[in-house]
Ligand binder design. Structure first.
Ligand code: HEM
Length: 408
């Protein structure tokens, strides 16, 4: 069978659904070019789950990607494979780093945070209430962004200025239209800001996870628990994973409900609940479309006769997998909060399964419930198909979400 040329992914992800359709049509796994790097994009959910469970598939680029040294200086997405934290760790290192923060994000600990989330939502909605009735409001800017930033700021002990100061550099980590030089400059800014944060918290610790991680590092002289680079990398992960994704789920859930009032009617008539809206949004428009990267440690034969060779890179194409017709039938492309099977891979699968899933679910369900109760007549201010997608092949949201809160 002749090898296909790699399918070149659009860095701006301008028409991602058409692209994901094309990926699925090429087979369960197919070679793609992601900003100049060749990887196997896996869009079949069964195969993807199998690969994510294999011990011979690693996220440690330094150890298991022969192309790492040549790529890291020239690839705009280098940070995704080079940052030091559990996200890029393998085996016992991964378990060590994950154990440090997992207890703070357990379902029980997050349930206890519900009143904090409710209070933060109240403050945000009060702010919206104070705006002039006829004003067009960007809900991405005024609701989707502030809530996750405030929640992660609360957990990590950041004041509003610190949290908002990190926003631009974190947003740019998810942007995939930057040149390698621009991305490297952003990484340098990001690391400088996090080093400043660590220095400030070191001299004036609080009752928060940043201070706890710093204390862990400082009590651990030889770095067997946490090195200085891993401390910084873990804070980068917690703060960026903790908000960029959740912003986009809030944005996409509101969009889907406003674009199709029947869906909102389902919730109001209790044919489904807010949690169903959250899960269907995660399936239909997951906030991470493709997740870079994993690496095969051994040759892995694929069902169609191809082989992922040891050292090859693998791209988890979660958004394409979530709409696979073999899993969700002919109407996989439809948003339907009442569908009984909303199984999805938005949070990943296996040992790297998202630690923030309970927190993200709590935030999104709370803000949707409260927003539609406070502003029952909220409408999109432009047709849904005119909303501009974010220019990235990783994140999945809109540049803005203009609405009228109280249309006359
Ligand atoms: C709806 C919102 C979110 C989505 C869709 C999401 C999705 C993901 C995905 C796809 C991964 C990587 C899985 C892989 O390796 O393939 C991940 C990892 C992770 N997420 Fe989330 N995330 C969300 C919110 C959060 C929040 C709120 C936090 C923390 C406060 C968080 C913390 C993490 C951490 C620490 C990891 C790394 C886990 C590991 O490598 O072992 N996430 N997330």
């Amino acid at each position: 069978m002749p090898e296909q040329q790699p399918f070149v992914l659009d860095p701006a992800g301008a028409d991602h659904h058409a692209e994901h359709h094309a990926l699925r049509a090429r087979g369960a796994a197919t070679l793609v070019d992601i900003l100049g790097v060749t990887a196997w994009s896996v869009s079949d959910p069964v195969l993807l789950k199998q690969l994510l469970m294999r011990a011979d598939v690693s996220k440690d680029a330094r150890a298991h990607w022969p192309a790492f040294a040549d790529t890291v200086t020239t690839w705009p997405l280098a940070l995704w494979v080079a940052v030091d934290n559990m996200f890029t760790a393998y085996g016992s290192d991964h378990r060590r780093l994950r154990r440090l923060v997992a207890p703070a994000l357990s379902a029980r600990r997050i349930a206890a945070l519900a009143p904090v989330v409710e209070n933060l939502v109240t403050g945000i909605l009060d702010g919206l209430d104070a705006l002039p009735a006829d004003e067009v409001v960007d809900l991405r800017e005024h609701v989707a962004h502030p809530l996750p930033i405030a929640v992660i700021g609360h957990m990590m002990g950041l004041d509003a200025v610190e949290a908002n100061g990190l926003r631009t550099v974190v947003d740019r980590v998810f942007a995939t239209t930057l040149s390698a030089e621009e991305a490297a400059a952003n990484t340098a800014d990001l690391y400088r800001l996090f080093d400043e944060l660590i220095a400030a918290k070191r001299s004036s610790p609080g009752d928060d996870m940043t201070s706890l991680l710093i204390a862990t590092r400082d009590e651990d002289g030889d770095g067997s628990l946490l090195t200085e680079a891993e401390l910084r990398g873990t804070l980068v992960l917690m703060i960026s994973a903790g908000y960029e994704t959740t912003v986009n789920v809030i944005d996409q859930a509101i969009t889907s409900l406003l674009a199709d009032p029947v869906q909102l009617a389902h919730v109001r008539a209790r044919r489904c609940g807010w949690n169903d809206v959250v899960e269907e949004t995660l399936r239909h428009e997951p906030p991470i479309k493709h997740l870079p990267l994993r690496f095969a440690r051994t040759d892995i034969p694929l069902p169609g006769g191809q082989t992922i060779r040891a050292g090859d890179a693998i791209l988890a194409s979660y958004a394409a997998a979530n709409r696979h017709p073999d899993r969700h039938g002919g109407n996989a492309d439809l948003f339907d909060a009442t569908r009984t099977d909303k199984d999805h891979l938005a949070f990943g699968h296996g040992v790297h399964f998202c630690l923030g899933a309970p927190l993200a679910r709590l935030e999104v369900a709370t803000v949707l419930r409260r927003l539609f109760a406070r502003f029952p007549d909220v409408r999109l201010a432009v047709p849904a198909d005119e909303l501009r997608p974010l220019p990235t092949l990783i994140s999945n949201g809109h540049a803005e979400l203009p609405v009228r809160l109280r249309p006359s």
